[in-house]
Design a protein around this ligand. Sequence first.
Ligand SMILES: Nc1ncnc2c1ncn2[C@@H]1O[C@H](COP(=O)(O)OP(=O)(O)OP(=O)(O)O)[C@@H](O)[C@H]1O
Ligand SMILES: [Mg+2]
Length: 336
Amino acid sequence: MRNPVLKVKDLRTSFLTDDGEIPAVNGISFEVNPGEVLGIVGESGCGKSVTSLSIMGLVPTPPGKIQGEILYNNENLIRASEKRMRQIRGNDIAMIFQEPMTSLNPVFTIGNQLIEAIRIHKKWPKNKAKMRAIEILKQVGLPRAEELMNEYPHQLSGGMRQRVMIAMAMVCEPKLLIADEPTTALDVTIQAQILDLMKRLNKETDTAIMMITHDLGVVAQMCERIVVMYAGEVVEEADVKTIFKHPKHPYTVGLIQSVPDMRLKKDRLYSIPGNVPKPGSTKTGCQFAPRCPHRNERCLAETPPLDTLETGQKVRCWLYQEGKGVEAIGRAVGKG
Ligand SMILES: Nc1ncnc2c1ncn2[C@@H]1O[C@H](COP(=O)(O)OP(=O)(O)OP(=O)(O)O)[C@@H](O)[C@H]1O
Ligand SMILES: [Mg+2]
């Protein structure tokens, strides 16, 4: 077993607002192993982006406040200087965002930006950097790479821009690539191509990928292991097969049920009743309890810990602690 690329331990990121301190990420822990694709899933507002921005050192402090440990090669990135973080970003950990226009500079050509990215990290002469830039554009499946070097981001389609972003991220051979909803803004065919590309690069380069998404289809296609987040906390963690076959947390069960099953023609998609609470608004008990069909008094009064079951699966739910969850929830999972 190789050591994890990244260890996140009890990460807490909050924001100081007029309404007081709002905890966006509330004590999450997980590890990313070398070469794996780890999925982070959960509804809008559960803290996925804040987690990735915290890892990248891109949360402005203040108003943000970050506690806990983000260990990269035993170095706690939370305490790293901005200068050190600039070295880490790109060289060791790279990130691609949902909307590539936000991270491509509209006034520079694709070539300029790629060459610049390469030269910052590799200190190569310009010509060598240029050759590598063309090579990586070809690697990410872009046609007419040489011409593209002289074009501006607005001249490219959304799918092409996202390929350029992936090229920028991969060019310095990072150990970890954080992809925050990288295909949400793209149409379905292009989305599939981009995911294929990422999976191929992951296999070829051994770069670990942290795939942030609310799309379980993406998870099924890409990921080996899944962390399920709810309201700033990890509620379940398991390998992908287990999550789809034996989801344990009632929230995960709901998520899986809300995926359309082609074999069963249902009129309506199941969706979990209610909404994600505002971070910090549920003070006592399980964060999911107000929406949970299985809740009891204890769930409303005490916060369950994230427990490791015999199977290795982790779940934050009192039902399993009391040993009756499998039965109660098993019935709820049965589709149809
Ligand atoms: N700069 C900020 N100031 C105050 N609150 C913030 C800030 N950034 C994020 N938040 C809050 O933190 C919580 C988590 O947000 P985050 O963007 O991580 O959600 P997400 O899981 O990425 O959602 P989505 O799927 O919509 O992208 C939200 O309630 C959000 O309002
Ligand atoms: Mg987000």
